[in-house]
Write a protein of this length. Structure first.
Length: 214
């Protein structure tokens, strides 16, 4: 009986993932408002009633999609408790912490940047979407500011660097908007973006790059 329940649970999880993947593709391609649940069901290979059963409605599906895109999976583990972020806070130097932060952010942005753009556009014309995230605190800035505080306290950080200044610089340079400008609009490979972002942040935040300046 336990094995049967386990197989049913695995099948349900796989169905949820197919629905989320289908919704992500269609929302980005067509826009949130223009996409019908029946289209998502057709692409996912399920009945539309399955979507209602699993997610209740279209806004709830969107929120789950965003959560999965940010995390990279559907485990209920906050970003700051994930192994890649732990590497940032426990790194021995500011340089290694920054490398871990840029690498982890790149993987996140590859999943979420286009979705973030879609959500911003949808929010302007769909008031119910704004209600999905009622907290005015930007969760991305919360993550960045925590990383910046850890970085500013490590060896190799500019001595006069404040955690607030570091957070603002990192928040701007690692933004989804700038990531899309370079990787989508200018067709940069993601690894080129990662090298550029790391080098640029090093020049702004670390001692070693300052010492090389003429």
């Amino acid at each position: 009986m336990t094995e049967v329940k386990g197989k049913r649970g695995d099948k349900a999880l796989e169905t949820r993932r197919r629905i989320i993947d289908a919704a992500a593709g269609l929302f980005v391609e067509q826009g949130y408002g223009a996409t019908k649940l029946q289209e998502i069901a057709d692409r996912a290979g399920v009945a539309v009633q399955t979507i209602y059963f699993a997610f209740r409605n279209k806004p709830s599906l969107l929120k789950e999609l965003v959560n999965v895109a940010i995390a990279g999976d559907d485990d209920p583990v906050p970003t700051m408790d994930r192994p890649w972020f732990t590497k940032v806070t426990t790194a021995p130097t500011a340089e290694s912490a920054l490398a871990a932060l840029v690498a982890g952010t790149r993987r996140t942005l590859e999943r979420v940047a286009a979705i973030d753009e879609m959500v911003r556009a949808a929010t302007a014309t769909n008031p119910e979407i704004r209600e999905l995230w009622p907290d005015e605190t930007d969760p991305r800035y919360t993550v960045i500011s925590t990383a910046a505080k850890a970085l500013a306290e490590k060896s190799g950080a500019r001595p006069a660097l404040s955690a607030g200044e570091a957070a603002d610089v990192i928040y701007a340079l690692l933004s989804p908007e700038l990531f899309l400008v370079l990787t989508r609009d200018r067709a940069w490979p993601a690894d080129k973006w990662e090298r550029w972002a790391y080098d640029t942040l090093c020049s702004q935040l670390l001692v070693r790059m300052q010492n090389l300046a003429p």
